[in-house]
Design a protein around this ligand. Structure first.
Ligand SMILES: [Mg+2]
Length: 260
């Protein structure tokens, strides 16, 4: 697909963060100008992340700090998608949430009842303060057979000096200890997050384009949800490694500034 054709067919760009709009919190090239130009063309920009350790407000603040956020933009995290999923499908059920204090507050504000003693449902999010006590408690609830959700499947989270364990690694741990894998995973590349986006922003999937640097989450997400996709080679994937994956992006760019 040609760039011009893509730009014409898209109303909303979903922007992955690490490796796509910034690396180590530094915008990639002239990203500020590129995003400003897209807004001038009337395109809606939504920052999309699987990282459920931070809330919508924290991401708005962070993106404002690095100079990328505009009042017209949106933010959507796998934590937000999970809150919406629970409200739609498990309304009123008591939830044991493995997550940061900020995420717990976001869940409560979203109408989710949290319960550490006698929950009906377990949710594994990205708890960067995870303690053994929390692990032990989740393990016990899982062995009791309680429904089990995870916010996202990523094995590792990129950092300035390499990577750190992410929710996918903890899913593997509980698969060993409790013999359970999540009944459902909400974030990229799955469909609950895609449906949540269409609901929240009122744009059909076919008019959205996912821009990201990871084949197995970003590009798979677009293909699973009927969205267009742009793979950028400014992060994890190279022109050589993209061929290791079954998904094919609509467009491949060295970085997202090359959209113009
Ligand atoms: Mg990325």
């Amino acid at each position: 697909m040609e760039k011009e054709q893509l730009l014409e067919s898209i109303d909303l760009f979903l922007l992955d963060l690490d490796g796509t709009v910034y690396v180590d919190d530094r915008p990639i090239g002239a990203m500020r100008a590129t995003l400003a130009r897209l807004r001038d063309l009337g395109k809606k920009l939504v920052y999309l992340t699987n990282n459920s350790s931070k809330t919508e407000r924290e991401y708005r603040e962070k993106l404002t700090r690095v100079g990328l956020f505009d009042a017209r933009d949106g933010v959507y995290t796998s934590g937000m998608a999970t809150i919406e999923y629970l409200n739609a499908h498990c309304a009123g059920r008591r939830v044991y949430l493995v997550g940061t204090d900020a995420l717990k507050a976001e869940f409560r504000a979203g109408g989710i009842l949290l319960d550490e003693e006698n929950p009906e449902i377990c949710v594994l999010a990205y708890d960067v303060g995870l303690t053994f006590q929390t692990m032990r408690r989740l393990d016990a609830f899982l062995r009791q057979g309680k429904p089990y959700f995870a916010t996202h499947p990523d094995d590792v989270c990129p950092t300035a000096d390499g990577s750190m364990p992410d929710v996918g690694s903890f899913i593997a741990l509980f698969a060993r200890s409790a013999g359970r894998v999540p009944d459902r995973i909400i974030g990229k590349p799955y469909s609950d997050m895609g449906e949540g986006l269409s609901r929240r922003f009122g744009v059909p999937a076919g008019r959205m384009c996912m821009v990201g640097d990871r084949m197995h989450t970003d590009i798979r997400f677009a293909n699973n949800n009927g969205m267009k996709s742009v793979l950028v080679l400014s992060g994890e994937t190279t022109a050589a490694t993209m061929r290791d994956f079954p998904d094919v992006p609509d467009l491949v760019l060295p970085d997202f500034n090359a959209i113009f």
